[in-house]
Design a protein around this ligand. Structure first.
Ligand SMILES: Cc1cc2nc3c(=O)[nH]c(=O)nc-3n(C[C@H](O)[C@H](O)[C@H](O)COP(=O)(O)OP(=O)(O)OC[C@H]3O[C@@H](n4cnc5c(N)ncnc54)[C@H](O)[C@@H]3O)c2cc1C
Length: 405
């Protein structure tokens, strides 16, 4: 009976387990994850779980019974310390565990600040349920929250915190929030949204240190300016967890290098999720993504290929973010565009910005516009009349070409 070992206990690991059984694998599945919880979804951590709208029991992607019924061995709270590709084993310290096929789904780790005062209590990073439990405890006593980094996670936290009545400052080194991930139009929209709700956004402002009293943060230092803060959340990006792969001699280059089958440079080892650098045949380039759809689809692909069912990972990247009562859904990369058109009304907080390159749709940012987003998925890569996209009289569905059998 063959053994499939999965390293990591997150979104990709959980999906890979389900997919291995769905594809008919009856052998041994062992998942080793260093967090104490069953595989869970991280998106609510900066949204409904932070606000207290959902309890911790709702975070798990599947209940414990799911794994029991499928005879899956879970070793939670344990860290894989080594992969030995020649022996086909993984180690948990002195213990050696053999595998036939291995999936690395180790995710990523928040990038850390190592500046004056960065060890003070009250300074948090947000990746795990444990992180949010600590943040919620601190937030319940806090008045002034300072968020370092104006990316999606930071802005989601800002929306929860200002709604809860805290004074919120957001520091962004670049000249606009979301600079790394979206267009000036969308940055302006979200800047206005947060400012109107009372968030203080400081662009062109880096954090140079922290000041504290009795071991706890009291101020964030930004050059010659200081911002009062009794809690700080740092959201300045992530680093893929590639150390195990690197030490095992696998190809690593800004993520674990995999092919379209999610296979690493070792034919018995696969990788999925945030930790990978993978080819996207639709976009014609390699990507490292930080998104749930990517983690799930790669896990499905890896599981199939671990069972020698040839499956290729080829999906247009998409992502979502919830801030206040707005759901943003993004497809593709707006940076690939040479033109954009707007449908809907930003002042009514409902619109879709379509991005085109040489007349073809390459991306969309849809705010409270799920129908437009769904249609954009089907129009991706197609040449569309920009006038029809903006015309509210035109039913977008009518632009989808009819498929002939
Ligand atoms: C706060 C937050 C909000 C987010 N919101 C969204 C969103 O709205 N939409 C969206 O699409 N994406 C969102 N994301 C991103 C999304 O959650 C990630 O892309 C996704 O979790 C990646 O799944 P993964 O399985 O690759 O990694 P993870 O879910 O991070 O799982 C990896 C697991 O492996 C464990 N691990 C690492 N090394 C070892 C080891 N040596 N031994 C054992 N275990 C190990 C890690 O501790 C972790 O538990 C969010 C992320 C965060 C942190």
């Amino acid at each position: 009976m063959s053994t499939m070992v999965i390293i990591g206990g997150g979104q990709a690991a959980g999906q890979a387990i389900a997919s291995l059984r769905q594809e008919g694998f009856e052998g041994r599945i062992l998942m080793i994850g260093d967090e104490p919880a069953l595989p869970y979804g991280r998106p609510p951590l900066s949204k409904q779980y932070l606000s207290g709208a959902i309890p911790s029991e709702k975070l798990a992607v599947r209940p414990e019974k799911f794994y029991q019924d499928r005879n899956v061995e879970l070793r939670l709270g344990e860290t894989v310390t080594q992969i030995s590709p020649l022996e086909k084993t993984v180690s948990i310290h002195e213990e050696s565990i053999p595998y036939d096929k291995l999936l690395i789904a180790t995710g990523s780790t928040p990038r850390r600040l190592t500046i004056e005062g960065s060890q003070l209590d009250g300074i948090h990073y947000l990746r795990t349920q444990a992180d949010v439990d600590a943040i919620r405890e601190d937030m319940s006593h806090a008045k002034n929250l300072c968020i370092v980094g104006g990316g999606y996670i930071g802005l989601e936290v800002a929306s929860v915190a200002v709604t809860a009545g805290l004074n919120v400052d957001v520091l962004e080194m670049e000249n606009r929030i979301l600079q790394r991930v979206t267009t000036p139009f969308m940055s302006d929209f979200y800047h206005g949204l947060h400012t109107n709700r009372g968030v203080n956004i400081h662009t062109n402002t880096g954090c140079s240190g922290f000041r504290g009293a009795a071991g706890r943060v009291t101020h964030v230092i930004c050059g010659d300016k200081e911002i009062e803060a009794d809690i700080v959340i740092v959201g300045i990006g992530i680093i893929p967890n590639t150390q195990l792969a690197l030490e095992a001699g696998l190809a690593v280059d800004n993520g674990i290098v995999v092919n379209e089958q999610c296979q690493t440079s070792d034919p018995h080892i696969y990788a999925a999720g945030d930790c990978t650098n993978h080819p996207n045949p639709i976009l014609g380039k390699r990507l490292r993504l930080e998104s749930v759809p990517n983690a799930m689809d790669q896990a499905r692909t890896a599981a199939a290929n671990m069972l020698d069912i040839n499956k290729r990972y080829a999906a247009v990247p998409w992502f979502w973010s919830d801030q206040y009562d707005l759901k943003l859904q993004m497809l593709g990369f707006s940076g690939d565009a040479d033109a954009s058109v707007l449908r809907g009304d930003p002042s009514a907080l409902q619109f879709a910005q379509f991005y085109l390159s040489e007349g073809k749709i390459v991306a969309v940012d849809a705010v409270n516009s799920p129908k437009e987003f769904m249609v954009a998925k089907q129009l991706f890569g197609l040449t569309v009349d920009p006038g029809a996209l903006t015309d509210p009289e035109v039913d977008l569905k009518s632009l989808i070409p009819v498929r002939t059998a």
